[in-house]
Design a protein around this ligand. Structure first.
Ligand code: FAD
Length: 308
């Protein structure tokens, strides 16, 4: 068995693996896509101490840093189940039928953004369509943008972006926003935010290089209309990659792994970090920090439970 088996090869998983390997213990990483969501982004400007990098470069840097250590990397493999094995081991079943075991396991399977699934959304991803206000807000300084979604994340994004961009149109499919009342009051008070309720977004429009607008229409029928915007922030939900865990460990209603302040899950010996957990601020820098925390907790667990 591995002493630390990490599931996931994004920032959280890479950080957990490096911290474990630096203790000189047998460390494995199983990952579907090494690099994780970082692979899907271009410009990264908020990874503190690295003023600018790009997704594919950061993904390669994470992998290079892991390769400096004796980390057994099982790539392009998907974990499909987790269970308690014999002698306190945790078993991770893979889609190819194999099973890996760990004295401790760190879950770092990340998350994916829910998309609108409308024409133009995929084509203009990173060319105006974005999912992260903290990451990309400053790229739209002074410009007109749309935020899709009136839940807490959409309304928080609209409030945040209103201080940076020129104008925000908040588009919500339902007839009311689901965000907390205090956030709704705040967003309604902002002079440069328009709110469109009961409105469906039907297309992202662009000039081939970048976004120039979106098409919207009233949900209950009626004429479609084009809004001229240069950015579209899609905030309709983040889905943690935890379906494969079933009920092996405690998850929230939204499927996030419940952890304590040191990354422990409900199952002894199993830890978690990054976007797959209840971490409220899902960023590269927080995932890196959480990965190191979970890994150090796993090490602490090992020295307390393993025979000398
Ligand atoms: P992920 O990066 O999601 O990695 C998850 C890993 O688990 C991957 O290796 C994946 O293949 C693997 N995996 C998932 N399920 C399984 C399974 N069942 N079996 C095996 N492996 C599995 N954050 C910033 O701080 N700055 C930015 O500028 C920024 N820009 C972004 C732009 C985009 C387009 C996106 C989508 C996100 C951006 N983020 C940014 C957010 C940031 O990428 C994430 O917060 C961060 O990658 C989370 O790291 P993670 O390791 O928890 O998860």
């Amino acid at each position: 068995p591995y002493e630390v088996l990490v599931v996931g090869g994004g920032p959280a998983g890479a950080s957990a693996a490096i911290y474990a390997a630096r203790k000189g213990i047998r460390t494995g990483v199983v990952a579907d896509r090494v690099g994780g969501q970082v692979l899907d982004t271009m410009s990264i400007e908020n990874l503190v101490s690295i003023p600018h990098t790009e997704g594919p470069k950061l993904a390669a840097d994470l992998e290079r840093h892991m390769s400096d250590y004796e980390i057994e990397l099982v790539r392009s493999q998907e974990a499909v189940g987790l269970s308690e094995g014999e002698d306190g081991l945790t078993m991770v079943d893979l889609a190819n039928g194999a099973a890996l075991s760990g004295k401790t396991v760190v879950l770092a399977t990340g998350a994916r953004w829910r998309t609108m699934d409308v024409p133009g959304e995929e084509e203009y991803r990173n060319k105006g369509v974005t999912f992260c206000p903290h990451c990309d807000g400053p790229l739209f300084k002074g410009k007109s943008i749309a935020v899709i979604g009136g839940g807490n994340s959409g309304v928080e994004a609209a409030i945040d972006l209103a201080g940076i961009v020129g104008h925000v149109t908040l588009v919500e499919f339902l007839d009311e926003m689901r965000a907390d009342e205090v956030l709704q009051r705040k967003v309604r008070s902002l002079p440069n935010v328009d709110i469109r309720l009961g409105t469906r977004t039907t297309e992202v429009i662009g000039d081939g290089d970048k976004v120039t607008g979106i098409s919207v229409e009233p949900r209950d029928g009626g004429r479609s209309e084009q809004l001229d915007v240069e950015g579209v922030f899609v905030q309709i939900g983040l889905l943690p990659n935890t379906e494969w865990l079933g009920d092996a460990i405690e998850l929230t209603e939204r499927g996030e792994v419940v952890i304590d302040s040191v990354g422990r899950t409900s199952l002894p010996g199993v830890f978690a970090a990054g976007d797959c957990t209840i971490e409220p601020y899902k960023q590269i820098v927080t995932a890196l920090g959480a990965g190191s925390t979970a890994s150090l907790s796993a090490f602490d667990h090992l020295i307390r439970t393993s025979a000398p």
